[in-house]
Design a protein around this ligand. Sequence first.
Ligand SMILES: [Zn+2]
Length: 168
Amino acid sequence: MTNHEHERATDLITRGPEELTGLDAAWLESHLAACSECAEFAGLIGSTEQLLRSVAVTADPALVALTQARVRARAEQLREHQTRVVLISISFCIGVLASTASAWLWWKVGGWVVERVGLPVSIVGPGVLLFWLLPAIAVAVLMVVVPTPLLEKSLMLSPAREREGEIR
Ligand SMILES: [Zn+2]
C-alpha cells in the first residue's frame, strides 16, 4: 500500500461519512478492510466525534444556563454600578445647586433679615458661608438619620426597575 493511499484514506475519514460520494465511501471501506492503521484511525475519529456529541448534548442546557446566569449577573452588576455613579452625580449637582441657591438667597435677603431681627451686620458675611453649607449639612443629617440600606434600596431600585421595564 502506498503513502498516497493512506493519505487519501485519512483525508476521507476526517471529511466524515456524510461528505463522501458513493465511490469514495466504497474505496475507503475496502482500504479500511485491508489497512489496520487507517482502520484504527477511523475508529479513533469515530469515537472522538461520538464523545464530542454526547458531551455537547449533556453539557448544553446546564452550561448554557450557567453561562447565561453569569452574564446576567455581570450585566446586573455593571448596571448597578452605573446607577450608583448616576445617582452620585445627580446628588452632587443637586447639592451644588441647593448650596448656590441657598447662599444666593441669604446674600439677597440676609442683610434685610439681620436688620429686621436686630442682629449685628457683621454676621451677614459668615451667614453666606453658613447658608452655602446648610443644604450639605441637611443632606448629611438626613443620611445619618435615615437608615442607609433603606435609602440605598429606594434609590437603587427605582432606576433599575425602570430599565428592566424598558427591556421587557
Ligand atoms: Zn491505510
